[in-house]
Design a protein around this ligand. Structure first.
Ligand code: GLC
Length: 732
């Protein structure tokens, strides 16, 4: 009996101690409670200053984005809500986090973010290239690689995916998005968000996503960065909002407001987009962070007379966190006390920020394990993903007389400014990537057995130095085939990198013209961050391969395609205009009032050089007849369209079937055709595959009006695949 008594006593004492311990732990520190409960408890304890501190983001570490004035905050307040972290490993951020957890009254962890746009250290192809793979699952794999490396470096939030629709290749940031089409970009938007975030943000290697730049940044007039955009409500809804809505529906934790002025109201002070659409209509429960200095730029844009008024407009419009310009820290307390900013708006913003921190598990796991580099970056499995992403994104634009793939035993003259280049294959927004990590085209090709490679630079990217031409022609003359590597420097695209022409510098075109005189077959490789004017390049070359900016595995992927180990499967996700003068030119345009020969340019063709969706293969695909399960239907029906594709060539290959719809007559006129579904499949040589598209009329045939309401009108529609158009009719 005594024994039982003593055991019971010990148990009672233990339970009491535990209860007391629990009582001493405030609810917000109790992971067994719901996030909502913890947020309410924490906010009840916070001062106004502590709340406002959560709505500010500064930088930590060496800021290497040249477009953002290096405003490293010398003294970072420990209660700051977030930091942009410029670090290769977790040590510095852990030290800063320790200050936040141990030196502040409430111990609220800092949220560390960074631009992990197409890889952290394992840099894979730029997003424009990933979109050209038409393989969102592969893009997701790449995002998982980025998330793992970022997470291991102490970053819990990436300012990615960039899902701006861009139709003007003069705009350098076309490189950062998935292209010109709202549907394709929407699919990649959702895939990227899900890949970054996983199913549970509190689990390792899941990081918060940030859809950017919200919204319409890609419509920057004349392709100049940071300038106003003219976007009607109709166009906002049918072109620029869909990729953000898709990302929000996929669970994106945050969005970033855009620099551009949206027809008079800048994106960072736009109540309609940030509150009425995003938070009220779509019910987004995350938060919106400003782009760099976007709040203070409201003064430049002529909306606010000073920083205080800018902060007022921004927070009241729904901008929750201020990036770097410190205006919320400086002015919000006064604005609240003056009644110019409702306390409920501040509370709502703080609630959103804290909710993400709880969901990320930062209160329980504020620190990152500091692993050695060889356990967390450039891992073999990561490089394998980067190689596949590069392989699947490259687009074969021309291949006369099947000059590609190269034949074993051929002597190859590798020429041009990009032939031995590493740095520029990384592209813009290369994260913590390093040139030395990149396999150059020369190194990639030299590794291939049976290929003898000679080299000459020929010329630089630009300038007028032709002194290298003769050597290049000599090297070409002694080879069987010339591979000429042309293109852009990585800093010619990306932020603040607008160009007045999308043609390459004439020195590169002149080198091509000289090389052609050697009389050998010429394969042109293009490494660039935008569509290009190829009017003087494509006709002169026997083959043209668009390799984009393929990242660390670029040279290996190029060699794989040139030697035929991999059959190119990329398809253009942006139109290649005939010349800069055609811009804007995109496939999903509305009809002209005059068809046929009227309304065309007098001096150049009015059709682009290469269409959206275009790309060649080393094999041939024969499309059977498109069939539909019914050609008359009601809005409640589902129709299945089918097409059988046969690989009639000698080489296995991946084909992407692109399903478009056309609504020829609509009370709001619609584009001549709209991509509504696509599927990429490996079809072995000689085999066939039947592709299906199940049409949900309200999802696939409806249109949206200027208030974001979807409508579906009876009448004829067409399903378009390649050159086939099949009519279906929605009954009254
Ligand atoms: C930049 C870019 C934005 C980036 C942010 C933080 O100016 O516009 O895309 O995420 O600042 O670097």
């Amino acid at each position: 009996m005594k024994r039982i008594f003593f055991l019971s006593l010990i148990l009672a004492l233990a339970l009491t101690a535990d209860a007391k311990k629990k009582q001493s732990v405030p609810p917000y520190k109790d992971p067994s409670l719901s996030v909502e409960t913890r947020v309410v408890d924490l906010m009840s304890r916070m001062t106004l200053h502590e709340k406002i501190a959560q709505l500010n983001q500064y930088t930590l570490g060496r800021n290497d984005n040249v477009n953002n004035i290096d405003e490293v905050v010398s003294k970072i307040p420990s209660e700051v809500g977030s930091l942009i972290y410029f670090g290769d490993g977790a040590d510095l951020r852990n030290a800063m986090q320790k200050k936040a957890m141990e030196e502040t009254r409430l111990g609220i962890p800092i949220l560390f973010g960074f631009d992990v746009i197409h890889g952290f250290r394992t840099v894979y192809p730029i997003p424009l290239a990933l979109g050209a793979s038409w393989n969102p699952e592969l893009a997701g794999e790449a995002c998982r690689v980025a998330a793992q490396e970022a997470y291991d470096a102490g970053i819990n939030w990436t300012f990615s995916p960039m899902v701006d629709i861009a139709r003007d290749a003069r705009w350098g940031r076309i490189a950062e998005g998935y292209g010109e089409d709202p549907y394709l970009t929407s699919v990649f938007s959702a895939a990227s968000v899900k890949a970054y975030q996983g199913d549970d943000l509190s689990q390792p290697y899941n990081i918060a996503a940030c859809l950017k730049h919200y919204v319409g940044y890609g419509a920057s007039e004349a392709g100049r960065d940071y300038v106003p955009t003219e976007i009607s409500r109709q166009t906002l809804w049918d072109t620029y909002l869909p990729s953000f809505e898709a990302g929000v529906r996929a669970g994106a934790a945050t969005l970033m407001s855009s620099f551009n002025n949206i027809s008079g109201i800048p994106g960072s002070a736009n109540h309609y987009t940030m509150t009425e659409v995003l938070k009220e209509k779509w019910g987004h429960d995350g938060f919106v962070v400003a782009d760099w200095n976007a709040v203070v730029q409201l003064v430049n844009q002529g909306m606010a007379k000073d920083g205080k008024e800018a902060a007022m407009y921004a927070i009241n419009a729904g901008l929750d966190m201020d990036m770097v310009d410190n205006l919320y820290m400086e002015h919000l307390e006064a604005l609240v006390n003056e009644g110019k900013v409702p306390m409920e708006r501040v509370n709502d913003a703080v609630r959103r920020v804290l909710t993400l921190k709880f969901r990320l598990g930062l209160f329980e796991n504020p620190y990152t394990e500091e692993k050695p580099e060889n356990e967390r970056i450039l891992l073999p499995a990561s490089l394998e993903v980067a190689e596949r992403a590069a392989l699947e994104s490259m687009v074969l634009l021309k291949n006369e007389n099947n000059v590609l793939p190269l034949k074993s035993g051929q002597k190859i003259a590798l020429i041009g400014p990009l032939a031995r280049n590493q740095e520029d294959l990384l592209g813009s927004w290369f994260g913590r990537g390093r040139a030395e990590d990149v396999i150059s085209i020369f190194d990639g090709l030299s590794e291939e057995s049976g290929i003898a490679v000679s080299y000459a630079a020929g010329c630089d990217f630009d300038g007028d130095d032709k002194s290298g031409f003769q050597e290049a022609v000599n090297v070409a003359s002694q080879a069987d085939v010339v591979v000429l590597c042309l293109g852009e420097k990585r800093k010619w695209s990306g932020e603040n990198a607008s160009r007045s022409t999308i043609a390459l510098p004439s020195i590169q075109e002149e080198l091509l013209a000289e090389i052609v005189k050697a009389g050998k077959p010429v394969v042109v490789l293009l490494s660039n961050g935008r569509s290009l004017d190829l009017t003087r390049i494509s006709p002169a070359a026997d083959a043209v391969l668009e390799i984009w900016q393929p990242g660390v595995m670029g040279g290996k992927a190029v060699a794989g395609i040139l030697t035929g180990k991999y059959n190119p499967s990329g398809r253009l996700n942006v139109t290649f205009p005939y010349t800069t003068g055609q811009i804007p030119v995109y496939y999903n345009h509305r009809e002209s009032g005059r068809r046929g020969s009227q309304g065309l340019y007098q001096d150049i063709p009015s059709t682009p050089m290469y269409e959206f969706g275009y790309g060649l293969s080393y094999t041939t695909y024969d499309y059977g007849e498109v069939t539909v399960s019914a050609d008359r239907f009601t809005a409640e029906d589902r129709i299945t369209a089918k097409v059988t594709v046969t690989n009639s060539g000698e080489m296995d290959g991946k084909e992407t079937v692109q399903w478009y719809i056309c609504d020829p007559y609509s009370t709001i006129t619609r584009p001549v055709k709209e991509l509504k579904f696509f599927e990429k499949k490996l079809i072995p040589a000689g085999d066939s595959h039947t592709f299906e598209f199940e049409i949900d009329p309200m999802r696939d045939l409806s249109f949206v009006n200027g208030e974001g309401e979807r409508f579906l009108e009876p009448g004829d529609y067409y399903i378009i695949v390649k050159d086939q158009k099949v009519k279906i009719t929605l009954a009254d």
